[in-house]
Write a protein that binds this ligand. Structure first.
Ligand code: PMP
Length: 359
């Protein structure tokens, strides 16, 4: 039976990459040892790291005005690192809130700096919706504007980027590399690796070099962008296996057409699933069409007493990890880059069968 893993993260990775990693697991680059056993300062590892950064720069078209950092601590580590590095004494950190992760960032930020939360949710009658970017009431003065282009739990995606004199910071944990973006529209992008990049443990930070001059607040060296940039992201021992696998994913993405190809692939998958949900009166998706996520598709059964039955039968059919987040309930299919169209087709076929059997 083919198994499809719809986990929100750590998530499915490309099988081609996993097979290659398996083949070279015990003997990386003919060194006779695993990549996990090699010093991060050994020449082959340093070369891998250089190629990894170059590959990500090509994939996202990142200019020399940005540093690319490979840090620890995941997305939540950046919830602290952003205010610690970007704090200004005379302006608040402005947090655009449209779901659980962006609100989590605000809460963490408030431990370190003055914050101003801007709620952009406009839900009506249980339908999730957000204001368009032009209507966001951003204050004139801000040390940075933080927003989350894809709310992993709520299934809400923001396709526009705000414009402001303050640096624009985006938590791209669950949508990085899923569709084309213009990196120049941002000043700081961060993303935990465990959805579209590789195993957990690694966090990518793409930061405009001019921001490294900010004094910010006293902070641990491992969360200090300027130190990490100066040390080539090796101030301390990096998560070496996760970094290696990220490189393999980047090389693989380049070989299959890069982010442009991923965007087409992801749009196709999302359309199949949303179209089916919209055509059904057994399932529903509560997110307004203009801000539906390409990566995380929450859906609800009309009769939620069937949830457990749905999940156990789905699992028996090889469709894993479909349970919605406990904060929003229902189901959620996370359909990151590595999910093939066949996985979506299998899910829709199962959902349709289940609906017919239980209506
Ligand atoms: N931001 C977003 C958008 C996320 O989806 C997540 C994790 N699912 C986080 C932050 C937190 O990431 P981590 O667990 O790597 O700290």
């Amino acid at each position: 039976m083919t198994v499809y893993n719809f986990c929100a993260g750590p998530a499915m990775l490309p099988p081609e990459v996993m097979k290659k990693a398996q083949q070279e697991f015990l003997n990386w680059q003919n060194l006779g040892v695993s990549v996990m056993e090699v010093s991060h300062r050994a020449q082959p590892y340093l070369e891998m790291v250089k190629e990894c950064e170059a590959s990500l720069r090509r994939l996202m078209d990142i200019s020399d005005e940005f540093e690319v950092l490979f840090m620890h601590g995941g997305g939540r580590g950046q919830f602290a690192a952003v205010p610690l590095n970007l704090h200004l004494d005379d302006a608040p950190g402005v947090y655009v809130e449209n779901g659980i992760w962006s609100s989590g960032a605000t809460k963490e930020g408030a431990k370190f700096t003055q914050v101003e939360g801007i709620n952009i949710r406009t839900d009506v009658d249980g339908q999730f919706d957000i204001q368009p970017v032009e209507q966001w009431k951003l204050p004139e003065k801000a040390s940075f504007i933080h927003f989350c282009p894809n709310e992993t739990i709520d299934g809400i995606e923001i396709y526009d980027v705000p414009k402001h004199d303050a640096p624009i910071v985006a938590d791209m944990s669950s949508m990085i590399l899923s569709r084309e973006i213009n990196v120049d529209d941002f000043d700081l992008i961060y993303a935990g690796a465990q959805k579209n990049i590789g195993p957990s443990g690694l966090c990518i930070v793409i930061v405009r070099k001019t921001l490294l001059e900010r004094e910010g607040l006293p902070r641990p060296a491992i969360l200090d962008y300027a130190i990490e940039a100066k040390q080539g992201s090796m101030y301390n021992t990096p998560p070496t296996f996760a970094w290696y696998l990220a490189n393999e994913v980047f090389q693989y993405l380049e070989s299959i057409g890069g982010v442009k190809a991923m965007e087409a692939h992801n749009k196709k998958k999302a359309a199949i699933l949303y179209d089916y949900i919209d055509s059904s009166d057994f399932y529903s998706n509560k997110v307004a069409k203009h801000c539906r996520s390409l990566m995380n598709v929450p859906f609800w059964l009309k009769d939620d007493t069937l949830n457990d039955k749905f999940l156990s039968e789905a699992e028996a059919a090889g469709l894993l990890a479909l349970e919605g987040h406990r904060f929003v309930g229902g189901m959620r299919a996370s359909i990151y880059n590595a999910m093939p169209v066949e996985g979506i087709e299998a899910l829709v076929a199962f959902m349709d069968k289940f609906a017919k059997e239980n209506s």
